[in-house]
Design a protein around this ligand. Structure first.
Ligand SMILES: Nc1ncnc2c1ncn2[C@@H]1O[C@H](COP(=O)(O)OP(=O)(O)OP(=O)(O)O)[C@@H](O)[C@H]1O
Length: 294
């Protein structure tokens, strides 16, 4: 399978602060990968490394087969970037910005841009700096769809969009990826959107990559377990039990293991577990189970 993004042994510090050490990941052609993580875990830092704005302290990245420090103009034209919902050149009108961008991209899809602008109820002579924050994000996404890139890198693509437009863009992105020859790498804190969209999920914790798995595998296998213990007992800790805590008088833990294995792990030091129940999770709940609340 062709790898559209390859990152090898990325280590990055800001001053003395370690963001990650020897981070390795790959993204296959045709996949939608969602990068998740709590605030400050380094998602934007990865995006900035991938788009060449930031040089990591060590390690290498390859985009569409080329080392990202030496991307040719032809390869750059195949990569669409959205940085925290921003559109530049806000002194342009909708018409002017479309004309300006068109000149840079050989596969420009003018109709895709205007089709979207029509849906968004903005008129061609409207100036971008007179638009709301959400409308500006919409223009930025419209320009990206018109560019028709092979690789889309979107940082916080849903920033400022209301629920209806968020859903519209999720549908656009799903259609965009449906043919199997486009690859999307995106971040968002709106995990409900991610659940509808991403094939693979990469979750960062402070200083490290916590997990990188197909989303389906997480949804099918990662569960929450509720249980009771006798007064004064505490459950056994184990690396296969995630974020065990007492909540409103009841114990909960999370695991990829089936119920009977979870029981054995919890009871391994003579603890007696009662009323053990398994619950399926949304991706957002799975994220909380994997990373903890705080
Ligand atoms: N230019 C910089 N100089 C110093 N520290 C930085 C710089 N940029 C980011 N950081 C720090 O690095 C860490 C990771 O930042 P980053 O913006 O990549 O996180 P993030 O996961 O995108 O966060 P959020 O979800 O809040 O957008 C944070 O602790 C941040 O304060």
């Amino acid at each position: 399978m062709e790898k559209v993004i390859k990152c090898k042994n990325i280590t990055h510090y800001y001053g003395e602060k370690l963001i990650y050490e020897n981070l390795n990941f790959e993204v296959e052609k045709g996949k939608v990968l969602g990068l998740l993580g709590k605030n400050g875990t380094g998602k934007t830092t990865i995006i900035n490394i991938l788009n060449g704005y930031l040089k990591p302290c060590s390690g290498e990245c390859y985009l569409l087969g080329e080392n990202m420090n030496h991307l040719t103009p032809a390869t750059k034209a195949k990569i669409g970037l959205l940085l925290e919902g921003h559109v530049q050149h806000t002194y342009f009108t909708i018409e002017q910005i479309e004309k300006y961008y068109r000149a840079f991209f050989p596969n420009w899809k003018r109709d895709a841009f205007y089709g979207l602008m029509e849906k968004l109820k903005v008129v061609p002579h409207q100036k971008i700096n007179h638009m709301s924050c959400g409308q500006r994000s919409q223009v930025a996404l419209g320009l990206l769809f018109a560019q028709d890139p092979e690789l889309l890198i979107l940082d916080d693509f849903s920033m400022g969009l209301d629920p209806g437009y968020r859903r519209l863009f999720v549908e656009y992105l799903r259609d965009f990826a449906a043919g199997g020859d486009k690859t999307i790498f995106l971040t968002s804190h709106i995990i409900q959107d991610m659940e509808l969209l991403i094939d693979d999920c990469m979750i960062l914790d402070y200083g490290r990559l916590l997990i990188h798995k197909p989303t389906r595998e997480i949804m099918e296998n990662f569960h929450r377990f509720r249980f009771s213990l006798n007064e004064g007992q505490v459950p056994t800790e184990h690396e296969k039990l995630w974020n065990t805590e007492k909540n409103n008088g009841q114990w909960i833990t999370y695991s990829f293991e089936p119920l009977e294995t979870v029981r054995q792990l919890l009871e391994s030091k003579g603890v007696q577990v009662a009323d053990l129940k398994e619950e399926t999770l949304s991706l957002e709940d799975a994220f909380i189970g994997l990373t903890g609340k705080y």
